[in-house]
Design a binder for this molecule. Structure first.
Ligand code: IFG
Length: 489
């Protein structure tokens, strides 16, 4: 049965249904790509061909799906017009057209995600949608240090999350249990700490060569996703110290760690080798990263004195900006005076120090990831087999039921860069585990990041969410059948 024009996640800003204007895609439907829209037009054709079996030739005139750019619209904004004469996608830039395509796919029957031709009427509900994001940064984070995920798995994750207009992927590349990004000037980082026996429970070797990382970055770019690499420092560095003992205070390599403890390792703020190491790593990672951000971690530095922490962060921040990037750090970083380009990622649940609010007060942007609402590694319920529960359990309603502008006193709408849903992998062992923890809670965070506050409504969201069960089944995307969602058949 035909979808309703408003049955989209994230909820669009403006929905004007016109039931008399339904359009049916058929074998004769052509795609008209105005200059500058060719990449997205090709993506759209590739997305629709398998399940429809239609050719989608290039063509103009009535009955086409027409893509065009309109500089009056913001880059990620779009207008989607569905009429009996044809479909028009208009956006401020290709990224906005890509967002329009995600909406269009959601308005086609669930079979549109099938890998083989389906015999259904490909009818789109008539009307017009005008839409634009509330926040520019709508992110997911994948911890590839505790458990390594391959390039193919990361690509599959990207393809799943962009359907909800997520446009940043933060990769947590290094931690106590593993180092997952090749650094030419420090080869033992991956040779040893990306090797056998690394990861939680020693589950596994794995690291991205520079070519692998570039393959991820380039694939993400074709989906208008910005990659944000994280090198976690000064804590969470046991893997680096196993590989290079000169990074420790006593020059003795610590044992490899495969447990889930945190807060026991620290780079040495007073050693010059520390900054030679950090400088080389940041230089090489920045050179591989076209996006504007490099994340330097900064969390849980219990093994670093407050003074050493300050010394370290103050010496490292200029290295990030020297390589042309804006630093992001977990909010402990905000105990130090930050440059205006620095972004504070808020995560703790107890009343945090006022560093984040102070950073916001001086014009710094805040990325909202409160663990009790956005940490997708939290168990759905007490008896969930996967996940942790130190921030409490997290069901869909709790992931949906908050507003980032209301979370921290002193951090209002104008200070927010956006939201991000981190997925830590201590308890994850497969892509299916990743997807089960991600869906259906990530769509809640995606709607908070994209939709106007006045559209925020749990009953509407849970009803719209119910239609995605069949859509994830068609894609073989493992999802958790949360009992709070009225799943469609
Ligand atoms: N906190 C740690 C993560 C991870 C997480 C698991 C942050 C910023 C708990 N740091 O979250 O390394 O262990 O939920």
């Amino acid at each position: 049965m035909t979808r309703e024009l408003g049955d989209v996640i994230p909820a669009p800003g403006e929905v004007r249904p016109d039931a008399a204007a339904a359009f049916t895609v058929d074998a004769g439907t052509a795609i008209s790509a105005a200059p500058g829209t060719e990449q997205v037009a090709a993506y759209l054709a590739d997305a629709l061909r398998p399940a429809t079996g239609f050719e989608f030739p290039a063509g103009d005139g009535p009955g086409t799906i027409a893509l065009s750019l309109d500089s009056d619209l913001a880059a990620e904004a779009y207008r989607l017009e569905i009429a009996t004469a044809g479909v028009r996608l208009t956006a401020g830039a290709p990224a906005g057209l890509f967002n329009a395509v995600q909406t269009l796919r959601q308005l086609l029957p669930a079979e549109v995600y099938a890998a083989t031709p389906q015999q259904v009427a490909w009818t789109l509900p008539g009307g017009t949608i005008v839409d634009a994001p509330r926040f520019g940064y709508r992110g997911a984070m994948l911890d590839v240090a505790r458990h390594f995920f391959t390039v193919a798995e990361v690509k599959a994750f990207i393809d799943a999350v962009v359907q909800f207009k997520i446009n940043h992927l933060h990769l947590h590349l290094t931690d106590d249990q593993g180092w997952r990004i090749e650094i030419d000037s420090w080869p033992k980082l991956t040779a040893i700490s990306g090797g056998d026996g690394t990861g939680v429970d020693g589950v596994g070797p794995g690291f991205y060569t520079k070519a692998d990382y570039t393959e991820i970055v380039e694939y993400a770019a074709t989906r208008f996703v910005t990659i944000v690499p994280e090198i976690d420092m000064p804590g969470h560095v046991n893997a680096a110290q196993v590989a290079y003992p000169e990074l420790t205070a006593d020059g003795v390599a610590p044992p490899q760690r495969t447990d889930v403890e945190v807060g026991y390792s620290s780079l040495v703020a007073g050693k010059d080798e520390t900054y030679a190491f950090v400088g080389d790593v940041l230089r090489e990672v920045a050179a591989l990263t076209p996006g504007p951000y490099v994340h330097i971690g900064g969390d849980e530095a219990q093994a670093t004195t407050a003074e050493d922490y300050r010394t370290f962060i103050e010496r490292v921040l200029p290295l990030v900006t020297a390589y042309g990037k804006s630093p992001i750090g977990w909010h402990e970083m905000a105990t130090v005076d930050l440059p205006p380009s620095a972004v504070t990622q808020y995560w703790r649940i107890e009343a945090a120090d006022d560093g984040t609010a102070r950073a916001a007060a001086t014009g710094g942007k805040v990325l909202m990831s409160p663990a009790d609402r956005t940490y997708l590694d939290m168990k759905y319920a007490a008896d969930s087999p996967l996940g942790l529960d130190w921030a409490g359990t997290l069901d869909v309603e709790k992931a949906y039921g908050w507003d980032p502008a209301e979370r921290l006193p002193g951090v209002g709408e104008e200070s927010l860069l956006g939201v991000e849903a981190p997925l830590w992998s201590e308890t994850l062992r497969s892509l299916a585990d990743v997807l089960t923890m991600t869906f259906p809670r990530l769509p809640a965070i995606a709607e908070i990041g994209w939709s106007p506050r006045e559209t925020h409504d749990w009953e509407s969201f849970r009803r719209r969410l119910g239609a995605f069960g069949p859509r994830w089944q068609q894609q073989n995307v493992a999802y958790h059948p949360s009992p709070e969602v009225p799943w469609a058949e």
